[in-house]
Design a protein around this ligand. Sequence first.
Ligand SMILES: O=C(O)CC1=CCC(=O)O1
Length: 252
Amino acid sequence: MRLNHQTTGPDDAPVVLLASSLGTNHAMWAPQLDALSKTFRVVAFDHRGHGASEAPAGPYTIEDLGNDVLELLDEIGAEQASYVGISLGGAVGLWLAQNAPDRFHRFALLCPPVNAAANAQTWTDRAAQVRKEGTQAITEATLGRWFLPEYAEAHPEEVEVIRQQLLTTPDEGYAACCEALSTLDLTPGLADITAPVLVITAEQDTSIPPETVIPLAQTIPGAHLEILENAAHLVTYTHPERINSLLLTHLS
Ligand SMILES: O=C(O)CC1=CCC(=O)O1
Protein backbone atom coordinates (compact mmCIF):
# COMPACT_ATOMS: atom_id res chain seq x y z
CA MET A 1 0.00 0.00 0.00
CA ARG A 2 1.59 3.31 -1.11
CA LEU A 3 0.26 6.23 0.88
CA ASN A 4 -0.10 9.56 -0.87
CA HIS A 5 1.90 12.17 1.03
CA GLN A 6 3.15 15.74 0.86
CA THR A 7 6.55 16.75 2.24
CA THR A 8 7.54 20.24 3.45
CA GLY A 9 10.59 21.53 5.33
CA PRO A 10 14.32 20.83 5.12
CA ASP A 11 15.33 17.38 3.76
CA ASP A 12 17.87 16.86 6.55
CA ALA A 13 15.58 17.84 9.44
CA PRO A 14 13.98 15.28 11.81
CA VAL A 15 10.84 13.73 10.30
CA VAL A 16 7.36 14.41 11.67
CA LEU A 17 4.43 12.45 10.23
CA LEU A 18 0.97 14.06 10.23
CA ALA A 19 -2.04 11.69 10.19
CA SER A 20 -5.53 13.00 9.57
CA SER A 21 -9.02 12.15 10.77
CA LEU A 22 -11.71 9.92 9.28
CA GLY A 23 -12.98 11.45 6.04
CA THR A 24 -10.25 14.08 5.59
CA ASN A 25 -6.85 14.07 3.90
CA HIS A 26 -3.33 15.46 4.32
CA ALA A 27 -4.50 18.95 3.29
CA MET A 28 -6.29 19.30 6.64
CA TRP A 29 -2.86 20.03 8.16
CA ALA A 30 -2.52 23.36 6.31
CA PRO A 31 -2.80 25.39 9.58
CA GLN A 32 0.24 23.52 10.99
CA LEU A 33 2.60 23.42 8.00
CA ASP A 34 4.32 26.82 8.26
CA ALA A 35 4.96 26.46 11.99
CA LEU A 36 6.24 22.86 11.88
CA SER A 37 8.19 22.91 8.62
CA LYS A 38 10.68 25.51 9.88
CA THR A 39 12.16 22.86 12.19
CA PHE A 40 10.98 19.54 10.78
CA ARG A 41 10.72 17.55 7.58
CA VAL A 42 6.95 17.32 7.72
CA VAL A 43 5.27 14.43 5.92
CA ALA A 44 1.48 14.74 5.85
CA PHE A 45 -0.14 11.61 4.43
CA ASP A 46 -3.52 10.18 3.41
CA HIS A 47 -4.65 7.00 5.16
CA ARG A 48 -5.61 4.15 2.81
CA GLY A 49 -9.08 4.81 1.43
CA HIS A 50 -8.60 8.57 1.80
CA GLY A 51 -7.37 11.45 -0.36
CA ALA A 52 -5.20 10.18 -3.20
CA SER A 53 -4.08 6.95 -1.48
CA GLU A 54 -5.42 3.68 -2.84
CA ALA A 55 -8.85 2.63 -1.61
CA PRO A 56 -8.97 -1.18 -1.66
CA ALA A 57 -12.21 -2.87 -0.63
CA GLY A 58 -12.66 -3.13 3.14
CA PRO A 59 -12.97 -3.94 5.89
CA TYR A 60 -9.67 -2.50 7.12
CA THR A 61 -8.14 -2.93 10.57
CA ILE A 62 -6.09 -0.56 12.69
CA GLU A 63 -3.17 -2.93 12.06
CA ASP A 64 -3.55 -2.38 8.28
CA LEU A 65 -3.45 1.39 8.79
CA GLY A 66 -0.47 1.15 11.15
CA ASN A 67 1.51 -1.11 8.83
CA ASP A 68 0.86 1.35 5.97
CA VAL A 69 2.63 4.02 8.06
CA LEU A 70 5.63 1.75 8.68
CA GLU A 71 5.87 1.16 4.92
CA LEU A 72 5.71 4.93 4.39
CA LEU A 73 8.65 5.38 6.79
CA ASP A 74 10.63 2.83 4.75
CA GLU A 75 9.66 4.53 1.49
CA ILE A 76 10.86 7.97 2.62
CA GLY A 77 14.06 6.47 4.04
CA ALA A 78 13.36 7.43 7.66
CA GLU A 79 14.55 4.96 10.27
CA GLN A 80 12.66 6.95 12.92
CA ALA A 81 10.14 9.79 13.09
CA SER A 82 7.83 11.60 15.44
CA TYR A 83 4.11 11.22 14.86
CA VAL A 84 1.15 13.58 15.16
CA GLY A 85 -2.34 12.18 14.59
CA ILE A 86 -5.83 13.50 15.08
CA SER A 87 -8.86 11.31 15.72
CA LEU A 88 -8.49 8.20 13.48
CA GLY A 89 -4.87 9.33 12.99
CA GLY A 90 -4.51 9.38 16.79
CA ALA A 91 -5.78 5.80 17.03
CA VAL A 92 -3.20 4.73 14.43
CA GLY A 93 -0.58 6.50 16.57
CA LEU A 94 -1.65 4.50 19.63
CA TRP A 95 -1.22 1.29 17.61
CA LEU A 96 2.25 2.39 16.41
CA ALA A 97 3.32 3.37 19.95
CA GLN A 98 2.36 -0.13 21.12
CA ASN A 99 3.59 -2.16 18.13
CA ALA A 100 6.57 -0.31 16.63
CA PRO A 101 8.11 1.74 19.48
CA ASP A 102 11.64 1.59 18.00
CA ARG A 103 10.53 3.52 14.87
CA PHE A 104 9.26 6.59 16.77
CA HIS A 105 10.69 9.33 18.97
CA ARG A 106 7.55 11.10 20.22
CA PHE A 107 3.80 11.05 19.70
CA ALA A 108 1.18 13.80 19.81
CA LEU A 109 -2.33 12.33 19.81
CA LEU A 110 -5.21 14.75 19.35
CA CYS A 111 -8.75 13.63 20.29
CA PRO A 112 -7.84 9.95 19.77
CA PRO A 113 -10.40 7.15 20.07
CA VAL A 114 -9.00 4.21 22.08
CA ASN A 115 -11.96 1.83 22.45
CA ALA A 116 -14.33 2.58 19.57
CA ALA A 117 -15.28 -1.13 19.65
CA ALA A 118 -17.37 -0.29 22.72
CA ASN A 119 -19.73 1.34 20.18
CA ALA A 120 -19.15 -1.21 17.39
CA GLN A 121 -22.73 -1.05 16.10
CA THR A 122 -22.49 2.74 15.58
CA TRP A 123 -19.47 2.22 13.34
CA THR A 124 -20.80 -0.74 11.36
CA ASP A 125 -24.10 1.16 10.86
CA ARG A 126 -22.16 4.19 9.62
CA ALA A 127 -20.12 1.99 7.25
CA ALA A 128 -23.33 0.52 5.80
CA GLN A 129 -24.92 3.96 5.44
CA VAL A 130 -21.91 5.37 3.58
CA ARG A 131 -21.65 2.34 1.26
CA LYS A 132 -25.34 2.84 0.41
CA GLU A 133 -25.69 6.64 0.31
CA GLY A 134 -22.16 8.00 0.03
CA THR A 135 -20.23 10.31 2.37
CA GLN A 136 -22.71 13.11 1.68
CA ALA A 137 -25.08 11.23 4.01
CA ILE A 138 -22.81 11.88 7.02
CA THR A 139 -21.12 15.16 6.07
CA GLU A 140 -23.37 17.77 7.73
CA ALA A 141 -23.72 15.79 10.98
CA THR A 142 -19.94 15.34 11.06
CA LEU A 143 -19.32 19.08 10.61
CA GLY A 144 -21.81 19.71 13.42
CA ARG A 145 -19.72 17.56 15.77
CA TRP A 146 -16.35 18.90 14.60
CA PHE A 147 -17.00 22.66 14.83
CA LEU A 148 -18.77 24.71 17.49
CA PRO A 149 -21.67 26.72 15.95
CA GLU A 150 -20.00 30.07 16.67
CA TYR A 151 -16.80 28.96 14.89
CA ALA A 152 -18.76 27.63 11.87
CA GLU A 153 -20.65 30.91 11.62
CA ALA A 154 -17.50 33.04 11.78
CA HIS A 155 -15.36 30.79 9.51
CA PRO A 156 -17.55 29.43 6.68
CA GLU A 157 -14.59 29.14 4.28
CA GLU A 158 -12.59 26.92 6.66
CA VAL A 159 -15.64 24.70 7.27
CA GLU A 160 -16.14 24.47 3.50
CA VAL A 161 -12.59 23.12 3.06
CA ILE A 162 -13.37 20.26 5.45
CA ARG A 163 -16.83 19.72 3.90
CA GLN A 164 -15.18 19.20 0.50
CA GLN A 165 -12.68 16.75 1.99
CA LEU A 166 -15.51 14.70 3.53
CA LEU A 167 -17.54 14.79 0.30
CA THR A 168 -14.61 13.68 -1.86
CA THR A 169 -13.36 10.87 0.39
CA PRO A 170 -13.99 7.55 -1.40
CA ASP A 171 -17.13 5.93 0.03
CA GLU A 172 -15.46 2.53 0.33
CA GLY A 173 -12.39 4.00 2.04
CA TYR A 174 -14.52 5.88 4.58
CA ALA A 175 -16.71 2.82 5.24
CA ALA A 176 -13.73 0.49 5.58
CA CYS A 177 -12.11 2.84 8.14
CA CYS A 178 -15.40 2.87 10.11
CA GLU A 179 -15.02 -0.92 10.22
CA ALA A 180 -11.46 -0.50 11.52
CA LEU A 181 -12.93 1.64 14.31
CA SER A 182 -15.64 -0.96 15.01
CA THR A 183 -12.93 -3.43 16.12
CA LEU A 184 -10.60 -0.90 17.75
CA ASP A 185 -9.63 -1.48 21.37
CA LEU A 186 -6.10 -0.39 22.24
CA THR A 187 -6.77 -0.04 25.97
CA PRO A 188 -4.85 -3.18 27.06
CA GLY A 189 -1.49 -1.91 25.71
CA LEU A 190 -1.67 1.70 26.96
CA ALA A 191 0.33 1.08 30.14
CA ASP A 192 3.20 -0.43 28.11
CA ILE A 193 3.79 2.65 25.93
CA THR A 194 7.31 3.96 26.49
CA ALA A 195 7.58 6.93 24.09
CA PRO A 196 6.87 10.49 25.32
CA VAL A 197 3.22 11.18 24.46
CA LEU A 198 1.27 14.43 24.37
CA VAL A 199 -2.50 13.87 24.49
CA ILE A 200 -4.87 16.71 23.57
CA THR A 201 -8.61 16.68 24.13
CA ALA A 202 -11.32 19.31 23.70
CA GLU A 203 -13.89 20.13 26.35
CA GLN A 204 -16.83 20.17 23.91
CA ASP A 205 -15.75 17.28 21.70
CA THR A 206 -18.87 15.16 21.19
CA SER A 207 -17.08 12.90 18.65
CA ILE A 208 -14.42 11.60 21.03
CA PRO A 209 -15.50 12.99 24.40
CA PRO A 210 -12.86 14.08 26.93
CA GLU A 211 -14.29 11.50 29.36
CA THR A 212 -12.75 8.82 27.12
CA VAL A 213 -9.49 10.66 26.37
CA ILE A 214 -8.54 11.75 29.90
CA PRO A 215 -8.31 8.16 31.29
CA LEU A 216 -6.32 7.16 28.22
CA ALA A 217 -3.77 9.89 28.95
CA GLN A 218 -3.70 8.96 32.63
CA THR A 219 -2.87 5.33 31.74
CA ILE A 220 0.07 6.05 29.40
CA PRO A 221 3.18 6.36 31.60
CA GLY A 222 4.38 9.98 31.75
CA ALA A 223 1.89 11.25 29.16
CA HIS A 224 1.23 14.98 29.14
CA LEU A 225 -2.47 15.90 28.92
CA GLU A 226 -3.86 19.19 27.59
CA ILE A 227 -7.58 19.98 27.73
CA LEU A 228 -8.70 22.78 25.40
CA GLU A 229 -11.58 24.95 26.58
CA ASN A 230 -14.26 26.22 24.24
CA ALA A 231 -13.24 23.70 21.60
CA ALA A 232 -14.85 20.83 19.66
CA HIS A 233 -13.22 17.97 17.76
CA LEU A 234 -11.21 19.64 14.97
CA VAL A 235 -8.79 21.55 17.20
CA THR A 236 -6.08 21.80 14.53
CA TYR A 237 -8.39 24.08 12.56
CA THR A 238 -10.12 26.00 15.30
CA HIS A 239 -7.12 26.51 17.64
CA PRO A 240 -4.07 26.47 15.34
CA GLU A 241 -1.85 28.80 17.42
CA ARG A 242 -2.36 26.86 20.65
CA ILE A 243 -1.97 23.50 18.87
CA ASN A 244 1.15 24.60 16.99
CA SER A 245 2.75 25.88 20.17
CA LEU A 246 1.96 22.61 22.03
CA LEU A 247 3.30 20.53 19.13
CA LEU A 248 6.53 22.54 18.83
CA THR A 249 7.17 22.31 22.57
CA HIS A 250 6.51 18.57 22.69
CA LEU A 251 8.32 17.58 19.49
CA SER A 252 11.42 19.78 19.81
O1 LIG B 1 -16.60 11.11 12.80
C1 LIG B 1 -16.49 11.49 13.97
O2 LIG B 1 -17.13 12.42 14.44
C2 LIG B 1 -15.59 10.81 14.93
C3 LIG B 1 -14.33 10.27 14.46
C4 LIG B 1 -13.81 9.13 14.91
C5 LIG B 1 -12.56 8.87 14.30
C6 LIG B 1 -12.40 10.09 13.49
O3 LIG B 1 -11.44 10.35 12.80
O4 LIG B 1 -13.50 10.88 13.60
